[in-house]
Design a protein around this ligand. Structure first.
Ligand code: ADP
Ligand code: MG
Length: 368
């Protein structure tokens, strides 16, 4: 596979009166392959949109370079900057960015008109794009007559009408209700199969990213935390941020002495784990609720504090040292509130204590 979108040391710093200088994107290195569906995932304000805008050419870089299809399109030090309309990209943004005063046909035809395509070719391509986006027969309708889902389809059709090498989708589904989101996701994948374009998909919805992506990255405060397949990121998170961002997690403060794991501040009982930490001292044990096993008498002894029946599993709250943990167990494993039980923790991850500098920066940026 060839490289479609390459970012090398891309950095963007904004300076504002209120916050001073904020590095929205910090030394970003990324290669997205041709035909790949790649997601950016991270909390609000972590730099997803800024990165996309730099790829699209709407935002200048502070440092670094960007290549599209092997061609250098942005480079700060060489003073290279190719404008958005020459980058062969399709874009769909979060807000329904359709023009209310243009009908459906005119909306979708717009980028072709800018490129001065002949009239009959515009007509052919617009009708084809409309067909692919399930908008047949709506040429003369105005966006205000259409549903949110249909409006977002207009935006999609307008993006594919230029036959883009890559599509940049910035939270395109977040204004839609859950049912529509699901079907639009499917539509996007179908269009990708049909046209073979590369996708960068920005979302703050983790299950959406997991469902759509070949690979994805998780970012925090402008920094890439980890890049990998959805499976890798969920099962082998590299740090606490990634662990807590994807899926549900338990974090338990522990003290490891001579390779034995004790809850912080306790020495009476070891925690049962099948994957030992590599060093001694205070640290954090992280595990998924579905990787904690409840037994009658084998493992770390504790008590059920609270039991909640969920549809496909039973959720138990327990206490390990000073921390609470949630266990998801199948219905066949049944304990009562207050009952004694034992816990085995499978495949935990081990992290250092919270990074205080990162916490301070988070507060400064008003992100929690
Ligand atoms: P996301 O899309 O992940 O929510 P953004 O890329 O929009 O994040 O923002 C990243 C950071 O950059 C935020 O701290 C935001 O306040 C800041 N930022 C974005 N655009 C501007 C701008 N035009 N001027 C100043 N700061 C900006
Ligand atoms: Mg954004």
């Amino acid at each position: 596979m060839t490289d479609q979108i390459v970012l090398e040391h891309v950095t963007k710093t904004f300076t504002t009166k209120e916050l001073g200088s904020v590095t929205a994107v910090n030394d970003f290195n990324l290669t997205v392959k041709k035909g790949e569906c790649f997601s950016f995932l991270g909390p609000s304000g972590c730099g997803k949109t800024t990165t996309l805008r730099m790829i699209a050419g709407f935002e200048d870089l502070s440092e670094g370079s960007i290549y599209l299809g092997g061609k250098l399109v942005s480079d700060r030090s060489k003073n290279i900057y190719i404008p958005p309309e020459k980058r062969e990209l399709g874009m769909v943004f979060q807000a329904f960015a359709v023009w209310p005063h243009l009908n459906v046909f005119e909306n979708i035809a717009f980028p072709l008109k800018v490129k001065k395509f002949p009239k009959d070719e515009i007509r052919r391509r617009v009708l084809e794009a409309m067909h692919y986006c399930n908008l047949d027969g709506l040429e003369k309708a105005f966006p205000s007559d259409l549903s949110g889902g249909q409006q977002q389809r207009i935006a999609l059709a307008r993006a594919i009408v230029v036959n883009p090498e890559a599509m940049l989708l910035d939270e395109p589904l977040s204004n839609l209700d859950p049912h529509l989101r699901e079907s639009m996701r499917f539509e996007i994948k179908r269009l990708q199969k049909e046209f073979g374009f590369t996708i960068i998909f920005v979302t703050h919805d983790q299950s959406e990213a997991m469902a759509l992506s070949d690979r994805m990255l998780i970012m925090d405060m402008g920094n890439i935390q980890q890049i990998g397949t959805p499976w890798e990121l969920y099962n082998n998170p590299k740090n606490r941020f990634v662990h807590s961002f994807l899926g549900q997690s338990n974090f338990i403060n522990v003290d490891v002495r001579n390779g034995k794991v004790y809850p912080k501040g306790e020495t009476s009982q070891q925690i049962w784990v099948d994957n030992k930490p590599s060093k001694n001292g205070e640290q954090v044990l992280a595990c998924r609720p579905n990787m904690m096993e409840l037994t009658k008498d084998d493992g770390f002894r504790c008590r059920i504090i609270k039991r909640t029946f969920k549809t496909d599993f039973v959720e138990y709250l327990i206490k390990v040292g000073e921390d609470s943990a949630i266990i998801q167990a199948p219905h066949r494993v049944l304990f009562k509130n207050g009952e004694e039980c034992c816990v085995k923790i499978h495949n935990p991850a081990w992290y250092d204590l919270e990074d205080e500098a990162a916490e301070k920066e988070r507060e400064r940026r008003n992100v929690v």
